[in-house]
Design a protein around this ligand. Structure first.
Ligand code: PLP
Length: 377
């Protein structure tokens, strides 16, 4: 078995050719307009609307502020039913709006919010459901919408993992009232830092423009209490170039995913969580689940052992949000109410995954995982 002589990291940002970025930056320098809805961010807005086939779309300087201000624009109150198995930003966005998260257990297959367990958590204080399309696997959007319609709730999705994906023949952002995208360096499409919202109700456009710019309407009017969350021209310039290479990157990742599936598929105790098909994914992550009994060692042990072999994986997401110290006493955060989430959080591992990963490296990683399994000892 060959051990990689260079460390293999879990991800690598998608970087366009530097000279092409320089050309974009030259325009920005020439215009002397470096932020506040300049020409590059207007161009990026249009390009992304086309790429994602969405009507209503707004850009932000990161995904977290997009979500915070999106929730604010929807004027939600009280409680929001959400998942404990997500990145901290999802639930922190609720905190910043004075909203109380109510944690719902997750589905065993997709690791998304379990739509069958939402209804029992609804109270007269519930105003919305906040789902996350975890690792690119879509939530049960139909069932969630049915529940929302029945109880008059808003539906918001954290779509940080589903850039450019389709579901039931529709762009994924068309499901629910609002979807957030993240353009952070580690995501498939990046503007270094950045984010966006797509939404159903056109009225929100104006409100979001105010919210991301201190609530300033005209030079002499401050309409509401906002924040500063504008995407700047350098971010937009980067985005315009990254967008040109995203499709190619997806193709490369598709091939890597197929090789991983082939080589890991036969190892007992390893289940692949991201078996997306051609059109259906952003191919942002390749994630496995480790069954300790069948595989022989735990997810944590595998994560540690792989480091010794120069392979860096990530426990994504770990820990559960319901275990954060400011939530852990909430009734909905109790372990007995979240059995699936509490089991899965100790089994999931994100593998190195990016377009420039070579076949040889994937083969090395997989043979190490095989070597560490019970069957090989
Ligand atoms: C990356 C990510 C975020 C945060 O987005 P930023 O653009 O980094 O603020 C939120 N939710 C999920 C699920 C993410 O993966």
């Amino acid at each position: 078995m060959e051990i990689p002589n260079q460390p293999i990291m879990v991800t690598r940002p998608l970087l366009p050719d530097l000279s092409s970025v320089n050309c974009q930056l030259k325009d920005v320098w020439d215009s002397k307009w470096i932020t506040n809805n300049g020409p590059k961010s207007k161009e990026l807005l249009q390009e992304l609307k086309n790429y994602l086939s969405v009507k209503h779309f707004s850009l932000f300087n990161n995904g977290t502020l997009a979500l915070i201000l999106g929730l604010k624009a929807l004027k939600l109150e009280g409680e929001v039913i959400t998942t404990p198995f997500t990145f901290p930003a999802t639930v922190e966005a609720l905190d910043w709006n004075g909203l109380t998260p109510v944690f719902c257990d997750i589905d065993t297959e997709t690791l998304n919010i379990d739509a069958n367990k939402i209804e029992s958590l609804i109270t007269d204080r519930t105003s919305a459901i906040l789902g996350v399309h975890v690792f690119g696997n879509p939530c049960n959007v139909n069932k969630i919408q049915q529940i929302a319609d029945k109880y008059n709730l808003k539906v918001i999705y954290d779509g940080a993992h589903v850039f450019g994906t389709y579901l039931n023949g529709k762009p994924i952002g068309e499901h629910g009232d609002m979807t957030m995208f993240s353009f952070h360096a580690t995501k498939l499409f990046n503007t270094i830092e950045g984010g966006a919202l797509t939404f159903k109700n056109e009225i929100l456009n104006e409100r979001l423009d105010l919210l991301k710019n201190f609530g300033i309407d005209k030079p002499d009017t401050v309409e509401l209490s906002g924040l500063n969350a504008k995407l700047n021209e350098v971010q937009a310039a980067m985005g315009l170039e990254v967008l040109k290479i995203v499709t190619d990157e997806k193709k490369k990742r598709y091939r890597i995913k197929e090789l991983y599936e082939l080589l890991l598929g036969e190892i007992p105790g390893i289940r692949i969580l991201t078996k997306h098909k051609e059109e259906q994914s952003s191919y942002q992550y390749f994630v496995i689940e480790v069954d300790e009994e069948e595989y022989g060692i735990s997810r944590n042990e595998l994560h540690e052992k792989l480091k010794e072999f120069n392979v860096y994986t990530r426990k994504y997401f770990y820990p559960l949000c319901s275990d954060f110290k400011w939530y852990k006493n909430f009734p909905s955060a109790q372990k007995e109410n979240l059995p699936v989430a509490n089991k899965k959080v100790n089994q999931v591992l994100a593998m190195p995954f990016y377009g420039d990963l070579t076949n040889e490296e994937v083969e090395q990683i997989c043979s190490i995982i095989k070597y560490l399994s019970k069957g090989s000892r």
